[in-house]
Design a protein around this ligand. Structure first.
Ligand code: PEP
Length: 258
């Protein structure tokens, strides 16, 4: 099954970068140079302390914003956590869930990730669920099995219907921050696998699901990746910290639709 995309989605993941001054310069540039885009939804996901800055600088623009993590609990004695309701208080529409950097550094289990995914949806946030295999797993040829298992944790506990109006970002771990992106062929196969897995369970959900590619996307490879069937946009790390590069990636998304 191939999903016909009418709108692309390009998400900046700033990770733990930025400060008030740098963010302001970057956001001003984004707003100036991306305002004409009609077929691409842009999103900036910044560290928690800057969500208020995103809200004040991006409201009334065509760029949405979000966070890079969310608590699995609703409210309570969870020192250091930030709840989904708090994110919506600051106008967030999106939240990244299960990024491999968090899964590795903070031992996030698939079960935790599944709970966060549903918690985000409960509060009207669009979860951007990161899935992907390590290099060893790809070399062993088990990448589809790995991604399938990551999705199954959510499907088995909450059903495939939760993927309606959600985002899955295929992020091969070996491609994140390495400069070595997946080839369009590798990405095409995995995106088709993900689309088919969800569509076999719930057609309605797959029709309302976006599947992004993330991992060393740059202005050059974006042009090739964004025309691949079932690649609905990208999750962008390093290049989202450079205004010209991020804007070129957004323009590549726009051109791929028009
Ligand atoms: C990411 O952080 O999700 C990512 C894809 O990073 P990069 O673009 O730097 O590989």
């Amino acid at each position: 099954m191939t999903q016909k995309t009418t709108q692309k989605l390009v998400v900046a993941n700033w990770k733990m970068h930025g400060n008030l001054k740098q963010n302001s310069a970057l956001l001003t540039d984004f707003v100036e140079n991306l305002s004409a885009l009609k077929h691409t939804q842009m999103v900036v996901c910044a560290p928690y302390p800057y969500l208020a800055q995103l809200q004040s600088m991006l409201q009334h623009t065509n760029i949405a914003w979000g966070a890079q993590n969310v608590a699995k609990n609703e409210v309570g004695a969870f020192t250091g956590e930030v709840s989904a309701a708090m994110l919506t208080d600051f106008g967030c529409k999106y939240v990244i869930i299960g990024h491999s950097e968090r899964a590795t550094a903070y031992c996030e289990s698939d079960e935790n990730i599944a709970t966060k995914f549903v918690q985000a949806k409960r509060h009207g946030l669009t979860p951007i669920l990161c899935v992907g295999e390590t290099l060893i797993e790809r070399e062993a040829g088990v990448m589809e099995m790995v991604v399938s298992k990551q999705l199954d944790t959510i499907i088995n506990t909450h059903g495939a219907a939760v993927f309606a109006d959600a985002v899955i970002s295929y992020e091969p771990i070996w491609a994140i921050g390495t400069g070595l992106a997946a080839t369009p062929e590798q990405a095409k196969n995995m995106h088709l696998f993900i689309r088919n897995k969800i569509s076999n369970l719930n057609i309605e959900a797959t029709n309302r699901l976006k599947i992004l590619y993330g991992g060393s996307v740059n202005p050059q490879n974006a042009v090739q990746l964004f025309v691949v069937p079932n690649i609905d946009g990208g999750l962008i790390g390093k290049c989202s910290l450079n205004a010209q590069e991020f804007e070129a990636i957004c323009h590549a998304a726009e051109t791929s639709v028009t």
